[in-house]
Unconditional design. Structure first.
Length: 476
């Protein structure tokens, strides 16, 4: 009697967690086959071209199968996990256990060697419970009659291994190297294949030291079991040489999307960049005063906050700068809202989340929104929605000690302001040369919809406010 039918199994498909995304990489599984899940429970973390996102399961049940391993890139709409909503145990294990107990009580003991001698071997995420057949493609590889009474268990295991090696199905049945998620990420960043790393941790777990050792000492090429048409040892010296002198990092996820967006923007929108050097001594004094203000208790007050407010005021005075170019309809779309983007450097690459309707926020509210945006980005938890719909952006290159730069527009935006390092410099103030806090601003804009006059007015307004912050009161 079958306790779990196909009708009771629900396939959870890779969703489009952003607008128009086509694929996502599975970073980490939080469940394994046999685990009970509840509606809304997070089962995995995936990385899209925009950010890392945790995916909740939309129903209750028992995990039957994980279709893909960590590190696999999956197309949107492809099933990634199967859940038995009837509440039964996983299909593969119960299908054999009752028969083994009723027909041949000794069979359970005979099958234990498949689990490498442990009572419950750690299940490799993405491969399900250990069975004698291939998990991902059960239709392939039925040639070995594992359950036939004429073939002993040990001979059947050897035959199965030979069959897998001979038909190239090893990736589905070969044990996956054991390593914690941070170690896997380190290996991915350094371009190290974990299958070539010799583990030194307990129970064969690969450690960070093992990955670094693999970079320093490249592994020897695996012996060739079949005669290939082209000799494989030839590339080995080059790989050994490159690994000692170079590090190759796969371009994927956020980095890949950022690179494509920047290339598209640079060669689609005609960029113009203007510069202005400004005395921000009064702005720096205002920053110190606001830090002592009770209204800003617990909030982060810095020059970026006042620069953001200055840009919002400049946009209010020059609303045509807050627009986009509609190529399909040959129209300029002027936005009556400001979604202020803040470029943030993260371990996964440069992202530009934005503060929705920033023009409506008071200075304390803007400070709170900036603080939340930065902390969320550093933790890698920025949602795709937070990076959509930006209208103008600020990039603070000054935190790296850089004077200024020529920033590239985020796609769909008309302007981006770069803020340089604030340094003590000799400056003519009230007819005398004095040491003053000085910075350089750079404004890049799309010359299809922003001409030199409009761009200059916006940049001049931002500079005037930072030089005389009291204009925030009179102009806001």
């Amino acid at each position: 009697m079958t306790t779990m039918t196909e009708a009771s199994v629900r396939e959870f498909k890779m969703p489009d967690v952003g607008e128009g995304l086509t694929e996502a990489e599975i970073l980490k599984w939080y469940v394994q086959p046999g685990d009970t899940v509840a509606d809304g429970q997070v089962v995995c973390e995936v990385e899209t071209a925009k950010a890392a996102v945790e995916l909740p399961i939309p129903y209750d049940g028992v995990v039957r199968e994980l279709h893909f391993a960590e590190g696999t890139t999956v197309d949107v709409g492809t099933p990634i996990i199967a859940v038995d909503v009837a509440g039964g145990a996983p299909a593969k294990a119960p299908a054999e256990s009752p028969a083994a107990q009723k027909e041949a009580p000794g069979k359970a003991g005979e099958q234990e060697p498949k689990s490498a001698g442990s009572g419950r071997q750690p299940v490799l995420v993405g491969y399900g419970v250990a069975t004698s057949s291939t998990k991902r493609r059960p239709r392939k590889g039925p040639e070995i009659p594992v359950q036939g009474p004429e073939i002993p268990v040990q001979e059947a295991s050897k035959a199965l291994q030979t069959e897998l090696n001979g038909h190239g199905s090893a990736p589905a049945a070969k044990p996956r190297p054991l390593a914690k998620p941070p170690v896997r990420k380190l290996a991915k960043d350094l371009g190290v294949d974990l299958e070539t790393v010799t583990p030194s941790g307990p129970d064969g777990i690969i450690t960070r030291e093992d990955v670094h050792a693999a970079v320093a000492t490249p592994p020897a090429p695996e012996p060739v079991t079949q005669a290939p048409p082209v000799a494989a040892p030839a590339p080995a010296p080059a790989a050994s040489y490159d690994a000692a002198r170079e590090t190759r990092i796969p371009v994927r996820g956020v980095r890949k999307a950022t690179a494509a967006a920047m290339v598209g923007s640079a060669f689609t929108a005609p960029h113009v960049t203007e510069f202005v050097t400004v005395d921000v001594t009064r702005t720096m004094k205002l920053v110190e005063d606001l830090k002592q203000d009770k209204e800003f208790t617990g909030l982060r007050v810095n020059p970026l906050l006042l620069t953001a407010k200055a840009l919002l005021v400049a946009i209010k005075r020059n609303p045509d700068i807050n627009a986009s170019w509609d190529e399909a309809n040959q129209e300029i779309v002027v936005k009556h809202y400001v979604n202020l983007g803040i470029a943030a450097a993260t371990p996964r690459g440069l992202i530009v989340p934005n503060i929705k309707d920033a023009q409506t926020k008071t200075l304390p509210q803007l400070a709170q929104a900036l603080g939340e945006l930065v902390s969320t980005a550093r933790e890698g938890k920025t949602s795709p929605a937070a990076m959509q719909g930006g209208t103008v952006t600020i990039t603070n290159v000054g935190v790296f000690g850089v004077d200024t730069g020529t920033p590239i527009l985020p796609p769909g935006e008309s302007a981006i302001l770069a803020v340089g390092a604030i340094k003590l410099q000799p400056w003519v103030h009230k007819g005398k040369v004095k040491p003053r806090q000085v910075t350089t601003l750079a404004l890049s804009f799309d010359h299809r919809l922003v001409d030199g006059e409009l761009g200059s007015k916006v940049l001049a307004d931002v500079a005037a406010i930072l030089e005389q912050p009291k204009k925030l009161i009179t102009w806001a």
